[in-house]
Design a protein around this ligand. Sequence first.
Ligand SMILES: NC(=O)C1=CN([C@@H]2O[C@H](COP(=O)(O)OP(=O)(O)OC[C@H]3O[C@@H](n4cnc5c(N)ncnc54)[C@H](OP(=O)(O)O)[C@@H]3O)[C@@H](O)[C@H]2O)[C@@H](O)CC1
Ligand SMILES: Nc1ncnc2c1ncn2[C@@H]1O[C@H](COP(=O)(O)OP(=O)(O)O)[C@@H](O)[C@H]1O
Length: 285
Amino acid sequence: MDDAQNWHEITLTAERVEALRKRADQHKYDHGHAVVLSGGAGRTGAARLAGRAALRIGTGLVTLGVPGSAQMEVACQETAIMLRRVDDPLALESLLADDRLNAFCIGPGFGVGERCRACVALICGANRSVVLDADVLTSFSDDPEALFALVWNRPVVMTPHKGEFRRLFPDLAGADPRVACRKAAMRAGCTILLKGSETSVADADGGLGVHNPDGKRAAPYLATAGSGDVLAGMICGLLARGFVPVAAAETAAWLHAEAGRRIGAGLIAEDLPEALPAIFAEIGL
Ligand SMILES: NC(=O)C1=CN([C@@H]2O[C@H](COP(=O)(O)OP(=O)(O)OC[C@H]3O[C@@H](n4cnc5c(N)ncnc54)[C@H](OP(=O)(O)O)[C@@H]3O)[C@@H](O)[C@H]2O)[C@@H](O)CC1
Ligand SMILES: Nc1ncnc2c1ncn2[C@@H]1O[C@H](COP(=O)(O)OP(=O)(O)O)[C@@H](O)[C@H]1O
C-alpha cells in the first residue's frame, strides 16, 4: 500500500481524552511504570527530559535506569523520578524480570554501539512495550535488518528524525515522507513516527496518521535540542498507561505539538512537559 491519499489526520479524539483520565478509584500502579534508560555521566539530560515527560503525561511511576558513573548526577536533579543502577545488559535483565515495569524508552543520550544493541534485544525479546529513539536507531544503521528482526510484530514505536530515518531506510529517504513512513513501518513490522514539521505515524498494517498536514497546527519552536527526547518520553508514558503503540504515538504527537504551539518563541525542551497540566485542564481532565 503506497497510496499517498489514504491517511487520516491525527487529532485528540474523545476516546483518547478518556484514556488520559485518572479515575478516583485508581492508584499509581494502575497507571503503569515507565523505565527510561540513560547514558553515562554528562549524557543524562536527554533521558531526564524523557522521564519528566513520561511522569507529566500521567504514568504512575517513572524510573531512570542509570549507569553507576551517572547516579549522583541524576540523583541531584530528580525527585519524583526514581533511580535504578543499570550498568550493563545483565542489570537490565533483572529489571525486565519485574513485569510491573511495563514500558521502556531507550535511545535518548544512551550512546551508540554494542551495549545499546544488546539492551534493545533484551527489551524486545521480553516483548515489553518500548520506544526506540535516537542512539538506538543510529546503533543499527549498519544493519537495519537486525533491528527489524527484533521489533517485528512487537509493541514497539520507533521515532526517527529525518537523519535517523535515512540511516535505517536509505532507499525510502527521498520519497514523500508519508509514503516513506508507511513503507518503513510495513518493512520493520512495528509503529514508526517520522518527525518533522509534519509528523507521520504509520503501523505495520499500512495505517497512516498525519499531524499538521495543512500547516494549521504549526509549532516551529519545537525545533530545539531535546524536543524529540520529550516526545519519546511522552510516548513511553502512554505505553505504560496502556495505550497501544499507534494510539500512544499519535496522542503524544498531538500533545507535544499543542505544548509547542502554546509556549511559542523562547521554548526550550524543559518547558514542554510542564505545559501538559494546562492542556489537560482545558480538554476536561
Ligand atoms: N539535552 C540533551 O542531553 C540532548 C541530547 N541529545 C542526544 O544527542 C544524541 C545525538 O542526537 P542528534 O539528533 O543531535 O544527532 P544524530 O542523529 O546522531 O545526528 C544528527 C545529524 O543527522 C542529520 N539530520 C538530518 N535530518 C535531521 C533532522 N531532521 N534532525 C536532526 N538531524 C538531522 C544531520 O546531518 P546532515 O543531514 O546535516 O548530514 C545531523 O547533523 C542523541 O542521543 C540525542 O538523544 C539531543 O537530543 C539534544 C539534547
Ligand atoms: N519546524 C518544526 N515544526 C514543528 N515541529 C518540529 C519542527 N522541527 C522539529 N520539530 C519537532 O521537534 C522534535 C525534534 O526532535 P529531534 O530532531 O529528535 O530532536 P532532539 O534529538 O534534539 O530531541 C520532533 O518532534 C519534531 O517533529
